[in-house]
Every structure is written in structure tokens, then in C-alpha cells.
Design a protein around this ligand. Structure first.
Ligand SMILES: *Cc1c(COP(=O)(O)O)cnc(C)c1O
Length: 227
């Protein structure tokens, strides 16, 4: 069985190769190690091996881990966030990738204001139209981005998407292209966005070829999840 360290070396090599293939600087691509369901001792192993950003999907689970592990790493929230957890999310996370409604954005803004901070967020866009997936619909994305951009205690830094699951990684490419094009359209409208959070274990190389600045990788680092 390969260790977390070996997995990580391999993932970093793949990130570098994918970036170089399209003439990008590999340093533009930041790796979020997705640690949902992964126990603290294994997360510590990943940190010892060089991981500096962790991605979590559940507020309660993350809270416990953050208390144990601390803040020598960045903690990013990547799951579906319920409005009633906004208060905790603002306190716990350095960035939230998955803002998908105005009501959530406004609640995060209100909570961030109370805490006297500005929190970095990305807007999650559902580009597949699948009803089971979270994220704002593509048609509403433009308006929502403009509104989030205006909230003073949120700093909108980018867009996030999660394509449907395909056996072939190549099938994700059109979704990654769409997200990049949406970012470019928003930039023309005066909303400068730096980041694209896209690509998971199965398709992060394709995402990098299409402009990803954050890839969210779990299984390829920690192995299959038990649940
Ligand atoms: C679980 C998860 C990932 C990581 O998935 P892997 O296939 O294990 O790499 C990435 N993004 C989100 C939003 C997730 O929920």
C-alpha cells in the first residue's frame, strides 16, 4: 500500500506535468487536500508531507479537527453549507468554495460583519443542470455574482464547479471550459476573479489544462473513503 507521502508526491508530479503541458506555471495551481471522513492522525501525516490547505465538507467534523490540528494550515469549506451554519463557517474557515445562493451569501456577510472580518468566498455554479447537485444555476450565476461582489464583508475571489461523475475524465472538460468562460464574462462586466476551483481526483489534470487555480483532491491523496 502506498503512503500518503508517496501519493502526494505523485499528485504533485501530475499537477506539474498538466500545468506544463499548457504552458502554465505549476505554482498557479494550489492543492486542496480533501479530508472529509479522514481521521486526524492521517491528516497530520499529510501536513507533515507538505499539505498546506485542507478541504472539509461538514462543519461539525471540521470543527473537531481544527480544534485538534490547529491553524498552521488553511481550512477551506467545500461542501454544501446550510444557512444556519454560516456563523460557525465564518469562524472556522479561511475560505468557502461553495456559496450558491443569495440568502447564504447575505447570512455569511452578516456574520462576518459581526466578527469584524472579511471572508473569502467562491460562488459554486451548477453547470450540468442536475437537480441533485448543489450550486447556482448557470442562468442565475451572473446576477448572483454581481450581488455577492457588492457584499462588503465577503470577498468574492472566484468560481467553483463540480461536474457530474463520468468514467472518462475527458468528459469533464466542457464543464471546466464553461466555468472559465463564465469567469471571463464576469471580468468583462467589472468583476475581477482570480480563482477557479475545479477538478477532483479523477479529473484534476483536465481542470488544470482548462485553468484551475485550486484543485480539490481527496482519494488520490488519502485513498478510498470508508463511507
Ligand atoms: C469529496 C469532494 C472532493 C474530492 O473528491 P475525490 O474524488 O476524493 O478527490 C472534491 N470536491 C468536493 C466538493 C467534494 O465533496
Amino acid at each position: 500500500m502506498s503512503t500518503i507521502r508517496e501519493n502526494l508526491v505523485h499528485v504533485m508530479e501530475r499537477i506539474e506535468k498538466a500545468a506544463r503541458r499548457v504552458g502554465r506555471d505549476p505554482k498557479e495551481v494550489k492543492l486542496v487536500a480533501v479530508s472529509k471522513t479522514v481521521e486526524v492522525n492521517r491528516i497530520k501525516e499529510a501536513i507533515a508531507a507538505g499539505i498546506s490547505i485542507l478541504g472539509e465538507n461538514y462543519v461539525q467534523e471540521a470543527k473537531r479537527k481544527i480544534e485538534e490540528i490547529g491553524r498552521q494550515v488553511e481550512w477551506h469549506f467545500i461542501g454544501h453549507l446550510q444557512t444556519n451554519k454560516a456563523k460557525y463557517a465564518v469562524r472556522l474557515f479561511d475560505m468557502i468554495h461553495s456559496v450558491d445562493s443569495l440568502s447564504l451569501a447575505e447570512e455569511l456577510n452578516r456574520r462576518a460583519e459581526k466578527e469584524g472580518q472579511v471572508i473569502k468566498v467562491m460562488m459554486e455554479v451548477n453547470l450540468s443542470g442536475e437537480r441533485t447537485k448543489f450550486g447556482t444555476e448557470e442562468e442565475k450565476a451572473f446576477e448572483l455574482a454581481k450581488k455577492i461582489f457588492e457584499l462588503r464583508n465577503l470577498s468574492l475571489v472566484g468560481l467553483m464547479t463540480m461536474p457530474p461523475y463520468f468514467d472518462s475524465p475527458e468528459a469533464s472538460r466542457p464543464y471546466f471550459i464553461k466555468l472559465r468562460e463564465l469567469k471571463e464574462r464576469l471580468e468583462k462586466e467589472g468583476i475581477p476573479l482570480k480563482e477557479l476551483s475545479m477538478g477532483m481526483s479523477s479529473d484534476f489534470e483536465i481542470a488544470i489544462e482548462e485553468g484551475a487555480t485550486y484543485v480539490r483532491v481527496g482519494t488520490a491523496i488519502f485513498g478510498p473513503r470508508s463511507k
